[in-house]
Design a protein around this ligand. Sequence first.
Ligand code: ADP
Ligand code: MG
Length: 512
Amino acid sequence: MIKGFFGEFGESLLVILRLPVRWVNRFRRKNFVNWVSLLPMDYKNFWLSILRRLEPTISRSQFLTWFQNTAALSLENDTLVVGTPTNFARDWIAQKYAIKILQAAEEENSAIKEVTFDVDAALSDGIDPRTIDLRAVFAKPNDKKIYKARGREEVILTRSGILSAKLNPRFTLANFVPGAENRLAHAAALSVARAPGMTYNPLVIYGGVGLGKTHLLSAIGHEVLTNNPNKVVAFTNAEIFTREFVEASKKFQADEFKKKYRDVDVLLFDDVQFLENRDKTQTELFNIFNELHGAGKQIVFTSDRPPSELTAIVDRLRSRLTWGLIAEIEQPSFQSRLEILKSKTRERRAILDPELLEFIALNVSDSVRSLESALAWSIAQTDLLKTQPTVRELGKMLGKVNKKERMLGLPEKTPELSINTPAEMIELVAKHFNLSTEAIRGESRKKEFLTARQIAMYLAREILGCGLAEIAQNFQRDHSTVLHSVRKISRELQKNEALIRHVNAVKKEMGL
Ligand code: ADP
Ligand code: MG
């Protein structure tokens, strides 16, 4: 019904909203701002600040429905162009929210006087780097009030008034990549989350450092709460549990402490191995375990070893750890490492050269956490320097962290640059694109000439470090054209994979 109605606006409808002339003049007088072209990240931040202003004024479901997959496309002169994934979304947003968006944009920057809306189908795939993941950025626990008790970590109050732990919002099942090395643990986590207390109780997940135990444990909590927001999920670890118990005992409040856990539906207990040699705390956990287990409540532990090797855990507690299912998480294979890297890149809405991801997967094999650090470094490098690191640069970084290992997949050449001048740059780029150097220096604005020309200017500036004047002279152009080209390529490199490959290929020929 609604769809049909809005369909009548037609494809070509361009919705423009203007402020009354009186206001416009006021702004003209007060704020005369010249917009320099913004980089994609700036647009994203700008759009995020507008969304932050809008969010409290719109119902949550409307906000998530209509503003997911939107982006600020451009900001030129006094006009902000907002991108929507479909015609339908464009018409709806323009109808309902144009005034609010304009007001918010104007509060962010009073030079803006107009908002227009445009459809960009690429936004609809949900992973376009220009869009913002609203559910993550504007995450809100269902039906719960968050409050900060004095001297305590942040906790969430459930409807029934019982404390439920704050779970890491990134550690969800959707973000967890299943693979051969964690198949059993993953399946068991799913099963336990769907029917807490009904299948494997307790579930014990064990494995080495940084392999995803805490992630999977938290994911169980998220899943339980998503399926039933009234369930009480407690997430704790041996350190917190011990600290709380010791404090409660000092104040003669051990009973209070026990009571807190008695009302829990799901107890998620991370790193149980740190309870070794803490006999009193173990006894406390033993008692809580018995109560919960007896009442059919789910308990999940993680550990760095199988329960049989937790020799400093008292027998009776250790034996209970073996009552249910024990699932190991092993080191990920190359294929899994690559899948995890791809998934994390998408999660962070970045685009990285596939060759770079393979290089990381090949050389970082000890834990998923190390994979993430290498990825984070590459993304930071790309964000800050506006160009992706080459395999050689990445190899150098990894080599510093991990001196013993020889890097696999590194090009053999020495990192001496094979060229030094803009003229040589032109020749190299011409050769790469199979063009003549005249085509690059010439006036033609044919797309392939233009791109090659801009790449050559970009590399001369960014890699050879040539001055604008020198480049301008070699390319027979003025400064502003050079600057524009360099900026354009920097911007494009953040979203255009084909361009990334060309640039990296030329860099390699330069010996990088
Ligand atoms: P552990 O508790 O085993 O030391 P974590 O659960 O803290 O490890 O995981 C370390 C990092 O690796 C986290 O950022 C987590 O998201 C990530 N991680 C581990 N395994 C996976 C996986 N299979 N899929 C996605 N991310 C993973
Ligand atoms: Mg952990």
